[in-house]
Design a protein around this ligand. Structure first.
Ligand SMILES: Cc1cc2nc3c(=O)[nH]c(=O)nc-3n(C[C@H](O)[C@H](O)[C@H](O)COP(=O)(O)OP(=O)(O)OC[C@H]3O[C@@H](n4cnc5c(N)ncnc54)[C@H](O)[C@@H]3O)c2cc1C
Length: 480
């Protein structure tokens, strides 16, 4: 067989026989006893942030701004989590349906500082536009939804990695990469830090306040908290896959084909599905010559089960290779395409959600409830719903002191998770958790006892958008 045939062999061989055939292997019914040990303390700090994704990066920056001593522990070699290493380059809506930017704060700081060539999206004047031609143009480029232009750009992951590192280092955050947190340090129901593993072995970090921003609530789960893991069956948030980039593309030519040759496009998608079973369209990226694939969305796997994760990687790789083959053969704009990069991080949309003092629920959508302890406002799923108020209580794990949670595992129901997991929302909850952790560490107060108005005032100072009634309440309280 020639080298050229290898890709065909790979994806048709279906090592795991496709999704249906994947079975977890039996494990021996045995245990071993590990020797008890003294674990050296690596560092003591005010705030320990575990996980350097969008939420953890935002949290570390915000805690650093408070003057607290901050450490950020990340298992990989970069910051940004799924928004960089996961190649989730499409930063979803930060504007509401009127075009007002409601996810602001850290999100604004990031886009103010990214070089212009590092992202692609509509000009500010077009946010909220319902002009048919403008909306149609941006719909093809993931920045219009329900015929409304939204601020939801795509960006260069390397530029975001660089900026994220700069932003945390500017706040004197002690960045510890290649370090995998494995166990919380618990004392009488208080999280006092975390144990991590690295090439040096097992070491401890002691902290006044910990932020779990691992995305999978690793520390909170190992502290014994019960996790919510129910899903919204109608949504894709249970799907897992490893994203990839295809280079050597002419995206404008592809879009022209997709929009103007309906039959050709339909035939192409049918052919792809017949060949590979799972087959998706590309997303635009930050450049015309790079196509982004954030699928194929695989179902039925657990994101916290090591065998499932291995199976997802194998299946995603098979499909990525297969996609390149199918696209190269027939898709206009893909004649010179090549597999440029498979994401270094597996794409997990949902695994666990912790139980908080409060949570965002479906019940609040219709009435547009505004929480007194609101720490941010999320965009809603469609123009029929008002904006969604996010309470401070959703960041405070119930029954455990010394710790806050931020990111895609915050306290919410399954329906609300479908959007609270998005990158801007993770910046939002991370920003608020970082502000709160800084306040707690500086004052010796537990997160559950912290006055949310202190968090709100600081967030407003740092450019966060809060509902007008919350802002008015704060102003009235200050005037008393
Ligand atoms: C395929 C896919 C498509 C998506 N599409 C979009 C989209 O179009 N737009 C959008 O806005 N959002 C999208 N999302 C959602 C979004 O990317 C994530 O929900 C978001 O990145 C979560 O941020 P986070 O900080 O909570 O967690 P993550 O981004 O997962 O970051 C967690 C970080 O913690 C680190 N970590 C984890 N455990 C440990 C540990 N024990 N010790 C040390 N470090 C640890 C990880 O390495 C990682 O860097 C998508 C997600 C996926 C998977």
């Amino acid at each position: 067989m020639s080298d050229k045939d290898q890709s065909t062999l790979f994806y048709t061989s279906r090592i795991y026989g496709g999704d249906d055939a994947f079975v977890r292997r039996d494990r021996p019914a045995k245990t071993i006893k590990e020797a008890a040990r003294e674990t050296p303390v690596f560092a003591e700090t005010d705030v320990l942030v575990v996980g350097g994704g969008p939420s953890g990066t935002a949290a570390a920056v915000a805690a650093g701004r408070s003057g607290a001593e901050v450490m950020l522990v990340e298992r990989y070699n970069h910051l940004g989590g799924l928004s960089t290493g996961g190649l989730v380059l499409w930063i979803d809506r930060m504007t509401d349906w009127s075009g007002r930017q409601v996810i602001a704060g850290l999100a604004c700081d990031i886009f103010d500082r990214l070089p212009a060539e590092a992202f692609q999206g509509p000009a500010r004047d077009d946010w909220g536009s319902k002009d048919a031609a403008t909306a149609a143009y941006w719909t093809q480029r993931t920045a219009a939804f329900h015929d409304v232009v939204t601020w939801s750009p795509t960006l260069d992951p390397e530029a975001l990695k660089t900026l994220s590192m700069q932003m945390v280092l500017e706040q004197n955050v002690r960045l510890t990469l290649h370090a995998w947190a494995v166990e919380p340090i618990m004392e009488d129901g208080v999280m006092k830090g975390a144990i991590f593993e690295s090439k040096e072995g097992r070491q401890a970090i002691l902290a006044k306040v910990v932020i779990d921003s691992t995305g999978d609530a690793d520390l909170l789960c190992r502290a014994g908290m019960t996790m919510d893991s129910d899903i919204d069956e109608n949504n894709i948030h249970h799907c897992i896959n490893t994203a990839f980039l295809i280079g050597g593309v002419d995206m404008e030519r592809w879009l022209d084909f997709k929009v103007n040759d309906e039959q050709g496009f339909a035939d192409f998608m049918t052919q792809g599905r017949e060949t590979l079973k799972f087959f998706d369209k590309p997303f635009v990226s930050w450049r015309n010559d790079v196509a982004l694939f954030m699928g194929p969305r695989l179902s039925g796997y657990s994101a916290v089960h090591v065998e499932d994760l291995s199976a997802v990687e194998i299946r995603s790789r098979e499909l990525a290779v297969g996609y390149v083959d199918v696209y190269r053969k027939t898709a206009p704009g893909f004649e010179n395409a090549y597999l440029m990069l498979g994401a270094p991080q597996v794409g997990v949309r949902h695994s666990r959600r912790f139980q908080g003092l409060n949570k965002v629920t479906r019940a609040q959508w219709d009435e547009g409830k505004v929480w007194d302890d609101e720490i941010g406002v999320s965009t809603s799923l469609s123009p029929k719903f008002p904006n969604i108020s996010v309470p401070y209580g959703a960041l405070v794990p119930a029954g455990i002191d010394g710790v806050l949670g931020a990111g895609r595992h915050v306290a919410c129901d399954a329906s609300s998770h479908t959007f609270l997991r998005e990158i801007p929302q993770c910046w939002l909850t991370g920003h608020a958790a970082g502000v709160a952790a800084g306040l707690c560490a500086n004052s010796g107060v537990q997160p559950k006892d912290l006055d949310p108005r202190l968090v709100q005032r600081e967030l407003l100072r740092q450019g966060t958008y809060l509902s007008p009634s919350v802002e008015a309440g704060l102003a009235a309280a200050a005037a008393e």
